[in-house]
Design a protein around this ligand. Structure first.
Ligand code: ARG
Length: 403
């Protein structure tokens, strides 16, 4: 029986060429699978037709937008996930949901190999292949761009020689990856890390320096997740989409960073994630009001670990699942309203309200109505500072310099 390969298909030049390339190299039949995670661009049916025109024996499209929002973006929000304190894991989160659909298609079509169009220099190859191993250890992977040295020139040549229905001139000079949680922009002139990003590269956000009326939005959270915007009920997907529009208009969520890739390279990455950054900012501020101090402090370390794990392609790991259990517990009290002002590239929280609030006006106030017994502070400081004091007295006694 002929081997069958399920290929992660985007509709772009590289993966379109991969279809014919894989068939020629391996003699296998290719089944193209395009997963809609909220990327813009061509209609999914157009992409499906294109895959068939490029020689796929079957082509499937999967609408995974709600699944991606509910099962991948939502845990990331609850984890306050920001790799290197900045990157909301846009691409890292989409790979596992794509892998799930690839593996399901492989089972359905009796394929034994999963293919993708990643190069050998990035994180995504790891996320795809480790993901496949986690869900289907019997399947193997193929990556023509990496394993058979498919350069851009060769891809264009192949597309032209085989009359593939792709406009090779339409290919962006950047490597883009989009989904509803944001967009990643790499390569091209950005590889000189002294070059400023130009306005042209952005598509989720408008120029934040353009003067606009600020937009004030109230987001209602239930256990760490958005459930209403300005009093209107929303799903997770709708919340991200609406905030992508509203915060995007004010240039919120642009990130320009040099990032530590899993394969050891430092790489310049530009991201836009207006909805994600607004939600992360708002949820974190609400958590500051409702999560008990020691739990909140511990959660910061978990957040970092969670982000590194997911960045490193370990979505389907027992540790991620266990940390999600912890994050669910942390978010148990993260319910209430957050008022956010979107303006000049920033999402600024200006108000918070919660039935779970630990904020006690009486304890915090410097005005009349103070219920905090300030006389207790003195004894507290004496005891808190006692070990320091004893050690300092000893050091003085033996003549060790104090500082
Ligand atoms: N560096 C980011 C990450 O590893 C973005 C990768 C984007 N992928 C792409 N094909 N442009 O998550």
């Amino acid at each position: 029986m002929t081997d069958r390969v399920v290929l992660a298909y985007s509709g772009g030049l590289d993966t379109s060429v991969c279809i014919g390339w894989i068939s020629e190299l391996t003699g296998a039949e290719v089944i193209a699978v395009a997963v809609d995670v909220g990327q813009s661009g061509d209609d999914m049916n157009v992409i499906r037709e294109r895959a068939l025109a490029c020689g796929a024996v079957e082509a499937e499209v999967a609408d995974a937008r709600d699944e991606f929002a509910n099962e991948y973006c939502a845990p990331a929000l609850k984890a306050n996930a920001l790799y290197m304190d900045e990157y909301p894991l846009v691409s890292s989160l989409s790979r596992p949901v794509i892998v799930k659909h690839l593996v399901a298609a492989a089972r359905k079509h009796n394929a034994t190999i999963v293919g993708h169009g990643c190069t050998g220099k990035g994180n995504d190859q790891v996320r795809f292949e480790v993901g496949v191993s986690a869900l289907a250890p019997d399947l193997t992977s193929i990556a023509p761009v990496r394993d058979y040295d498919m350069t851009r020139d060769k891809a264009i040549e192949f597309a032209e020689a085989n009359n593939l229905p792709i406009d090779v001139n339409k290919k962006s000079p950047y490597s883009l990856d989009q989904n509803v949680w944001g967009q990643a922009i790499e390569t091209g002139f950005l590889e000189d890390i002294w070059n400023s990003p130009i306005e042209d590269i952005y598509s989720y956000t408008q120029d934040p320096t353009i003067q606009r009326e600020p937009d004030e939005v109230t987001i209602t959270f239930d256990k760490g997740l958005p459930v209403a915007i300005d009093g209107r009920k929303v799903t997770m997907l709708q919340a991200i989409e609406e905030l992508n529009e509203r915060a995007g208009l004010h240039g919120v969520g642009r990130i320009d960073m040099v990032e530590d890739r899993l394969v050891g390279i430092k790489a310049r990455e530009v991201y836009e994630a207006p909805g994600a950054i607004t939600l992360l900012t708002a949820r974190a501020q609400l958590a500051n009001v409702t999560v008990e101090r020691e739990l909140a402090r511990y959660a910061r370390g978990v957040s970092q670990r969670w982000s590194e794990l997911v960045y490193d392609g370990q979505w389907f790991s027992p540790l991620r699942r266990a940390l999600d259990g912890f994050n669910d517990e942390v978010n148990e009290t993260v319910s209430g309203d957050v008022r956010v002002v979107l303006e000049g590239g920033r999402a600024v929280v200006t108000g918070r309200k919660s039935d779970e609030s630990l904020y006690d006006f009486g304890l915090a106030t410097y005005d009349t109505g103070d219920t905090f017994d300030q006389s207790l502070a003195k004894g507290f400081i004496d005891l808190w500072g006692l070990p320091t004091k004893i050690a300092a007295e000893r050091d003085q006694r033996v003549g060790r310099p104090l500082d």
